[in-house]
Design a protein around this ligand. Structure first.
Ligand SMILES: [Zn+2]
Length: 300
């Protein structure tokens, strides 16, 4: 198994195989790339662009793809994935960043959710395609990922999904087999502020491992930007869930933190919890326990 970190500042932390900096999160602000890190770019989830260009926002019969639309669970505002200026902006950013860093991970590269997008751009493009609607939606996502892969050239290219293995085609236009042609590996966020019931996350990992034809890296959440630590899990359930996910045969695991200090504090808490590490022996998640052993040797 490979282990990665997913972080909102361009600061590597020792003890991970894959160091990912969120250069552009869904806030839409672009940071400064670190040549020593892999770069994450959120594509059509972009609060900044959505507020600058309201006519670019994806539309549905149930309203626009904005955080204020309570009929969906949108955590950010989403631009239509047929808006040519947005596509060109994203592909240029992906190319420029791929050239100067270790590789690219993309997130928010899909259709907003079920029922999107019904804007005039999409209606016209769909009519012209002659394709069935869901097939056309999925094709738009696959075409974007194919174009992004060309810009990334031979560097690693990780494709971020959303954690719905059953309905991701109908909801987000994710054709998992078609995307596997371009992906080095898939990142599947299992972001949650609590891991009190690891059973669900283990099941989710099993589902994606069964479906995906490229390596699968689920993601676990430590603490994101602006979170209140008192509302979050401590290291115990995160490490237990990591062991239970590892036993599903996935190929890697990614940990998300707002900054390097939170990541280091998490590593330290795991290392110091000798009783937990003993309790987790025999879970079938040995690569995770080996990772904590590695952190221990680094921290000494
Ligand atoms: Zn549209």
């Amino acid at each position: 198994m490979k282990f990665g970190m997913f972080i909102y500042e361009p600061t590597p932390v020792e003890g991970f195989d894959l160091q990912v900096y969120r250069l552009k999160s869904e806030r839409g602000i672009v940071g400064t790339p670190n040549p020593e890190m892999t770069t994450n770019i959120a594509c059509f989830g972009d609060n900044n662009m959505a507020s600058k260009h309201p006519d670019w926002v994806a539309q549905s019969a149930n309203g626009p793809a904005l955080r204020t639309n309570k009929k969906y669970n949108l955590r950010w505002d989403i631009v239509c994935n047929q808006e040519k200026q947005m596509i060109d902006y994203m592909l240029d950013l992906i190319e420029k960043t791929a050239d100067s860093t270790k590789g690219i991970t993309v997130s928010s590269m899909h259709v907003a959710d079920h029922g999107f997008c019904t804007c005039p751009r999409c209606k016209a493009a769909h009519a012209k395609s002659g394709m069935e609607l869901l097939e056309w939606r999925a094709q738009t996502v696959t075409d974007f990922i194919g174009a992004a892969k060309e810009r990334v050239k031979n560097k690693p290219f990780y494709v971020g999904l959303l954690p719905d293995p059953v309905n991701c085609y109908e909801r987000f236009g994710l054709d998992l087999d078609a995307l596997a042609e371009y992906a080095t590996a898939f990142v599947v966020p299992h972001w949650s502020k609590t891991y009190a019931s690891p059973w669900y996350f283990e099941s989710l990992s099993r589902g994606f491992k069964k479906l995906l034809k490229k390596p699968v890296y689920p993601g676990l959440y430590i603490r994101g930007p602006g979170d209140d630590p008192s509302e979050l899990e401590n290291h115990t359930q995160i490490l237990k869930t990591a062991c239970r996910i590892a036993r599903t045969g996935v190929d890697g695991l990614i940990f998300l933190a707002a900054n390097a200090q939170i990541m280091k504090d998490f590593q330290k808490a795991c290392v110091e919890d000798v009783k937990l590490r003993e309790d987790l022996e025999g879970y079938g998640g040995k690569p995770v326990l080996d990772l904590v052993d590695k952190w221990e040797s680094i921290l000494k």
